[in-house]
Design a protein around this ligand. Structure first.
Ligand SMILES: NC(=O)c1ccc[n+]([C@@H]2O[C@H](COP(=O)([O-])OP(=O)(O)OC[C@H]3O[C@@H](n4cnc5c(N)ncnc54)[C@H](OP(=O)(O)O)[C@@H]3O)[C@@H](O)[C@H]2O)c1
Length: 314
């Protein structure tokens, strides 16, 4: 099975390392080879640790050149139009090339369009790494079949949860943000995390997949943490409560917004960069928690998709 990797940054490098580590011990991975890696600098043919482009090709041209069995998208999200990933997925899927992605933008913008192409050809899409990285969220639903989900609720953004936790513990917003940057939990430009956009992109993907919606980013309201004052967080604390940025979807409402919650709520106990998701289906309520980011975690999300694909479980 030939892979074309799109993007070779933190996650791409972690994915390559993890694949090599696991290949020796897991026979199912032995036939897998990285046939090429494409970045903005061009295509590197074959599987080498240090990237240096061999050909000046675009992502779409690289698909023609390599003719992979699977493309693994670990490139940066482009929330304007999802390109070049959207076109790459459509091209790949229409040729029955499978897609594995940790990149949220294409699925948050064009979920139905992309899945319609896959349904026509029978190609598969793995996207565990787009929501909660390596903590099973998307893939959990693959093993909870025919139980209709009526509600999902979660803390899906580690950066904002870290900042809210540290303000609760006594820091100011600016101190908490600075610390989050120093620890690598926040990007240099954290706007998409702070304004709720990242959590909204994840909620869009989850709702479409789990609740069979046809949402696009922008179809529902989202609010981040920038308007919460330290005073509000301290007042909540004095009442034994916390403010959390909650992503919520039921059959009528889809939203991301800060909520005041008390100790009877399982999300109250999710602190720091941890993520959690509560799923109510017609049979039972499930709560999962775990890391929502980190290169190795996102890489594991993609690798777990690859193994599920090889096992015929995607
Ligand atoms: N890091 C995490 O903890 C984490 C967790 C979950 C999901 N993710 C997702 O994983 C993806 C990668 O994250 P990262 O941290 O690895 O980012 P990164 O270190 O910035 O690397 C991004 C890679 O994408 C490539 N790229 C950007 N635009 C491209 C384009 N138009 N065509 C081809 N390649 C392109 C870059 O190429 P150049 O080197 O040429 O610029 C670079 O190799 C993102 O979608 C992110 O949201 C990350």
């Amino acid at each position: 099975m030939k892979l074309l990797l799109i993007g070779y940054g933190n996650v791409g490098k972690a994915f390559r390392r993890l694949l090599h580590e696991k290949k020796d011990n897991y026979p199912i991975l032995q036939g897998v080879e990285i046939a090429g890696i494409i970045t903005r600098q061009g295509l590197m043919v074959g599987d080498k640790e240090n990237f240096s482009p061999d050909k000046q090709l675009t992502v779409l041209e690289a698909i023609d050149y390599i003719n992979p069995d699977v493309i693994v998208d670990m490139s940066v999200p482009n929330y304007k139009d999802g390109e070049p990933s959207v076109s790459a997925y459509i091209k790949a899927l229409s040729r029955k090339i499978h897609v594995i992605t940790v990149n949220k933008a294409p699925l948050a913008l064009k979920f139905r369009e992309i899945f319609e192409v896959a349904e026509k050809t029978g190609a598969k899409i793995g996207f565990q790494g787009t929501v909660m990285s390596g903590t099973p969220s998307i893939n959990l639903f693959r093993i909870q079949p025919v139980a209709e989900v009526s509600r999902i609720r979660g803390i899906l953004n580690g950066t904002t949860n870290y900042i809210l936790t540290r303000i609760y513990e006594g820091l100011s917003f600016n101190e908490a943000l600075k610390e989050a940057k120093e620890k690598g939990y926040a990007e240099e430009d954290p706007t998409l995390d702070l304004n709720g956009f990242d959590a909204a992109a994840k909620l869009t993907i989850l709702s479409n997949f789990i609740m069979n919606r046809s949402l696009k980013l922008g179809d529902f309201k989202f609010k981040g943490i920038t308007e919460i004052t330290n005073e509000e967080i301290r007042r909540a604390k004095s009442e034994g409560k916390k403010i959390k940025l909650i992503a919520y979807a039921d059959n009528y409402v889809v939203q991301v917004s800060p909520q005041i919650i008390g100790p009877q709520d399982p999300l109250y106990y999710i602190d720091g960069v941890e993520n959690a998701l509560e799923i109510q289906n017609e049979i039972q309520r499930i709560i999962i928690r775990g890391p929502g980011a980190g290169p190795i975690n996102a890489a594991y999300g993609a690798l777990s998709d690859l193994v599920l694909l090889l096992e015929g479980c995607l």
